[in-house]
Design a protein around this ligand. Sequence first.
Ligand SMILES: NC(=O)c1ccc[n+]([C@@H]2O[C@H](COP(=O)([O-])OP(=O)(O)OC[C@H]3O[C@@H](n4cnc5c(N)ncnc54)[C@H](OP(=O)(O)O)[C@@H]3O)[C@@H](O)[C@H]2O)c1
Length: 339
Amino acid sequence: MRAIVITKAGGPGVLRVLERPDPEPTAGEVRVRVELAGLNFADVMARMGLYPDAPKLPCTVGYEVSGVIDRVGAGVEGLAEGDRVLALTRFGGQASVVCATAAQVRRLPAKMTLEQAAALPVTYLTAFHILHRVARVRRGARVLVHGAGGGVGVAAVQLLKREPEIEIFGTASPSKHDFLRELGVHHPIDYRSQDYVAEVRRLTGGRGVDLILDPLGGPDWTRGYELLAPAGHLCTFGFANMRAGTTRSLGRIVSQLVRVPRWSPMKLMDDNKAVSGVNMGHLWGELELLGDEIDELLRLFDAGHISPIIDSVFAFEEAAAAHLRLEERKNAGKVLLRA
Ligand SMILES: NC(=O)c1ccc[n+]([C@@H]2O[C@H](COP(=O)([O-])OP(=O)(O)OC[C@H]3O[C@@H](n4cnc5c(N)ncnc54)[C@H](OP(=O)(O)O)[C@@H]3O)[C@@H](O)[C@H]2O)c1
């Protein structure tokens, strides 16, 4: 098989496509001939040496694939050779052949393409988990989504559009604002040329928002907390601010870490605010919980409520360009890798 290997921490040039022996499925597993693998921001952080959860280098990362089952291990029921599937992987998904336990695999609805299938797991599970399990978003809420044009952002906006009377504020580069308006964001905000805190305050008559989805981290967590309306909720789920260029910078890391806020339970109580955190990677083993969520997402897809948006598809050999697309914040929707 072919696998995208992060040979060492560094810029996109450290990525190589290497030959590896095909894995064999053990009992309870199926083997998937991968058609497409999802690329996530975490993969970029892993390449830069900024993702503590990543396997030891050199390694192959990748949380999600779509493809066709070509071998079924002993004891597997309900899945068969030739089935079109998606699979959750941690890690090793960015390879042309992967094995996964049957519980991490789902057959695709007939109308779902393999592109849509590879684009769904990480982004929609993250957004769904935050909105419906952790924050329990409710009718009439005002919600600020950072990185609204990225993979998770688009998924969050589509899921929010199903809820009644939600008002959506989304930060993004100006080139994505038309795309976001079409998607249903009421207030796209150019965080690069504008202070998003001041703009949200202006738009809400000073009240702030009920829920913030923040994968930025560092000082933005403090700013978000201040921007919450009474009984508001800040969900932290990433630290994109940790990086500035394409390689790791110790100065940048330290300057961000020292600005991470520390809230005491007393302060949260007195302020009537909630702060939560989500790391889906650490839930990847919680197959019952994730299984319920992925099944619900597949139902929502079948009913036409969500539809993954693909920004671009790169061949494995173009993995460096795919990483750059994310790093340069150019993607509107999901970036995929074709095996
Ligand atoms: N905790 C979890 O379980 C979990 C799961 C999935 C993703 N995440 C996190 O969620 C974030 C979004 O993931 P994704 O896969 O949707 O990424 P993505 O497709 O690359 O989208 C992220 C978008 O955020 C915007 N952005 C704003 N500030 C940024 C910054 N400092 N660095 C990079 N991008 C910035 C960029 O667009 P504009 O400049 O146009 O706004 C970018 O396109 C990442 O931080 C990721 O690590 C966490």
